[in-house]
Design a protein around this ligand. Structure first.
Ligand SMILES: *Cc1c(COP(=O)(O)O)cnc(C)c1O
Ligand code: SF4
Length: 384
């Protein structure tokens, strides 16, 4: 239990199955993890499953199973619900397209040691856990997550930290997975401590979806221990305003109050959040909770996610609709992680109407045109 919380003050309505659980138990993250719903049979007792969901659950039980916390399941509505669609597989997950891949970002080719990917000169990503409270149907790392047996061993962790020590150009270390917050407080603090002890590492990033799927995991006790290793940035993953509950808001506030700089990485998902109004509502809520929209990702071509992918033009149209109308703080960068391992590229809507010699003609957010007269670079001696 988290003493800083005021139980009962802010509550998301629970699924009736857990109505009688007392508030302290409900907010105990270990209780939430122990009571995750992981079988078709159990889920079918809680919600009216569609035929497509039943086929998806059966067809994916081996390769990428379902798991949902009671908290996240309590946000479910009908079969079109954006929260339910992120957690319960559909029959469409069994379909394959020729360009689908198992490891679209070629993370395994960029792994100098088993639990570390080193793609950019100054950054590295470590996989410190292979489980998550909820398995997101669009997950890029579905080849890894859910496989509890593949959790990294102490020797692998040591090898990754040795690599960081031997590679001082790495300044920014992402702790990812799976979800690093699936580790116990002691294990997580130990990992952070080991990375922080590498003198060339400047910034640590904790990549976690727990604020969305299990906000009670972000206890004041854990944050107090972690803040000793600042600067730590947190990357989280809200995708829809229906996930923006009082409990999630409290978790973001606790993070910000404890000095964490929090950013959001959403993934564009067809029929879930591929709409400018939805992204605007989500991002305004995030900024109010001191979480900065960082990336809006094009969905990676992972096998089983074809039905969730949107056209690249959709992401551009959403950014075009936001720019000018919405605070720049609420506008993320639109990124495509290049299949095959090229890394991320960002795209923005084209505001240049044409270039006539040194005259650049732009269109503003209302569609009006404006000219900027360009000049060659001047030498500094114009000052004297
Ligand atoms: C995304 C990613 C990063 C971080 O990239 P930023 O653009 O700095 O957020 C680092 N390493 C790997 C392997 C990544 O996939
Ligand atoms: S929390 Fe992240 S790693 Fe875990 S299933 Fe969701 S997208 Fe994948």
């Amino acid at each position: 239990m988290d003493g800083a919380l005021d139980p009962g003050a802010h509550r998301t309505p629970r699924h009736p199955a857990w109505r009688d659980v007392d508030e302290a138990t409900w907010r105990d993250w270990r209780w939430q993890l122990r009571h995750r719903v992981t079988s078709e049979e159990h889920l079918g007792e809680l919600i009216a499953l569609t035929e497509s969901e039943r086929r998806g659950l059966r067809g994916r039980a081996e390769a990428f199973p379902m798991a949902v916390t009671p908290y996240y399941l309590s946000l479910f509505g009908d079969a079109r619900c954006p929260v339910r669609r992120q957690a319960v597989p559909l029959a469409a997950e069994l379909e394959r397209e020729p360009w689908d891949m198992r490891d679209p970002l070629a993370e395994e080719e960029h792994s100098p040691v088993p639990i570390l990917s080193h793609r950019y000169p100054d950054r590295a990503l470590m996989y410190v856990s292979h489980s998550c409270p909820v398995y997101c149907r669009h997950c890029t790392r579905q080849r890894k997550v859910g496989d509890v047996a593949s959790a990294p061993a102490a020797a692998e962790l040591e090898a990754a930290v040795d690599y960081l020590r031997a590679t001082p150009k790495i300044k920014d270390v992402l702790l990812s997975g799976g979800d690093p917050l699936s580790l116990s407080d002691d294990k997580l603090v130990r990992v952070v401590e080991m990375v922080r002890a590498v003198s060339s590492v400047e910034v640590i990033r904790l990549c976690t979806r727990n604020p969305v799927t299990l906000p009670f995991r972000l206890t004041s006790a854990l944050l107090q221990r972690l803040r000793a290793f600042h600067p730590i940035f947190v990357s989280t993953h809200f995708n829809h305003p229906s996930e923006c509950t009082p409990e999630a808001g409290e978790a973001l506030n606790r993070l910000a109050d404890a000095g964490f700089n929090v950013g959001n990485q959403m993934v564009l998902l067809a029929g879930i959040n591929d709409d400018a109004m939805i992204v605007e509502r989500l991002n305004r809520w995030l900024v109010r909770h001191r979480c900065r929209p960082y990336y809006m990702f094009q969905c990676d071509p992972v096998a089983g996610t074809a039905h969730l992918r949107t056209p690249i033009a959709t992401g551009l149209a959403i950014l075009d609709a936001l720019r000018g109308r919405v605070s720049g703080l609420a506008i993320p960068q639109f990124a495509v992680d290049l299949p095959g391992g090229g890394g991320k590229v960002t795209l923005s809507p084209d505001r240049v109407v044409r270039v006539d010699g040194d005259r650049w003609i732009f269109r503003d957010f209302k569609g009006e045109q404006f000219t900027y007269v360009d000049r060659p670079r001047r030498r500094l001696d114009v000052i004297s």
